[in-house]
Ligand binder design. Sequence first.
Ligand SMILES: Nc1nc2c(ncn2[C@@H]2O[C@H](COP(=O)(O)OP(=O)(O)OP(=O)(O)O)[C@@H](O)[C@H]2O)c(=O)[nH]1
Ligand SMILES: [Mg+2]
Length: 441
Amino acid sequence: MFDQISDRFNSLLRDLRGLGKITDKNIQDTSREIRRILLEADVNINVTRDFVKRVKERSIGTKVIKSVKPGEQFIKIIHDELVNLFGDQNSELDFSNQNCTVILLAGLQGSGKTTTCAKLAKRILNQGKSVLLVAADIYRPGAIKQLNVLAQKIDVPVFDSDTSDPVKICADAVEEAKESNIDCVILDTAGRMHVDGEMMLEIQQISESVSPSETLFIADGMTGQDAVNSAKAFNEALEITGIILTKMDGDARGGAAVSITSVINKPVKFIGVSEKINGLDIFDAKRMADRILGLGDVVGIVEKAEKIINESEAKIMQEKILKNQFNLEDFKDQLFQIQKMGNINEIMNMIPGIPGKMKNKVNMDERQIIWTEAIINSMTEKERKNPQIINGSRRSRIASGSGRSVQEVNQLLKQFIEMQKMMKKFGKMKTPELGVGSFFG
Ligand SMILES: Nc1nc2c(ncn2[C@@H]2O[C@H](COP(=O)(O)OP(=O)(O)OP(=O)(O)O)[C@@H](O)[C@H]2O)c(=O)[nH]1
Ligand SMILES: [Mg+2]
């Protein structure tokens, strides 16, 4: 599912991760690449245009938060917009109707309505609710039989009717369900090759007579842009409450199907992932975006960092680095911020795409931060501000005060002085992208 789009986004993201800065040039380049990826995946042209526009606007407007790499922020914007594209709305079925929940399925011929009826019934059954299936497709020979066969497999009743009027069949079925206290009725309607007036009229009449809680548009994930047009037509005729994308297990590009959400502004509630009865997954926009972008939980990390790192503090820190005033006191503050984000190894592992070599380097003992803090705490304020004055006897005092060895104190000071040197260099280059990470890296 979405393999092509995912591969392409993955290589784009690899390039973005290395970005030192978000510039007009790389915003342009990235936008162009995103546009290409989406169009090649058959995403609707208007949907693509809006998507790219939003990414562009947000990137331009983004203030760079120093402790998060600019590339990661860029990725977060793309991720957010993908979630937006998939419709970040509640995908639960609406069972708030106390009486009897009616679910109406609509869609073109062969889109997967009948199969989805059975899949939904099974899911609802598993939630401890009773279900009645209704075959309102009186046109295609074998359609009623098909539903009966599926229903038998999951042991769910199918409404039995002697009329051949689909509107009456549905109305009678709902009536009977209410009388017998059945929790949920699922209506399987007839599909046509193309949107046609007669079919629309019939399904409108059904809808009016039963007032469904949910009217789900079933879209074949394998189809192209035509699915977008038929979705529009159905949405104009009916009060669509959600979308189910079927056959997402195929190797379809999937772009057209995901465009439907944006075009009719309704959420995807489920996706069909196999022909089998249990082949129906709840659709989670965020998870799908993660999957397409091949992200671990970068988004979570950026969100964490955004919460913790206060812009003004970051600015003060940046100025200190620029003026070469960054001392052990500031270093301790940064350590504290890292700790607030949680386990550092876990965080490193949450970041996909970090070369193993770097991961090993950063793979440090969580306790190391605590020990480092203990060492810094055992220094006097004067020592923290001017580590140069820390001579041999001061080192032994700090070591015994912190319960660490003199070697560790030496190591810390050596590394800190090296870091200061590096910061000095970077300060001169006016690119203060250094954080405490470089100390351990
Ligand atoms: N692989 C796969 N096949 C599916 C999925 N959903 C449905 N199908 C298949 O698609 C074909 C059509 O499904 P139906 O459920 O009969 O479609 P329909 O919308 O009821 O068709 P009509 O009643 O003719 O309008 C069947 O062969 C199903 O097995 C899915 O999620 N994955
Ligand atoms: Mg059918």
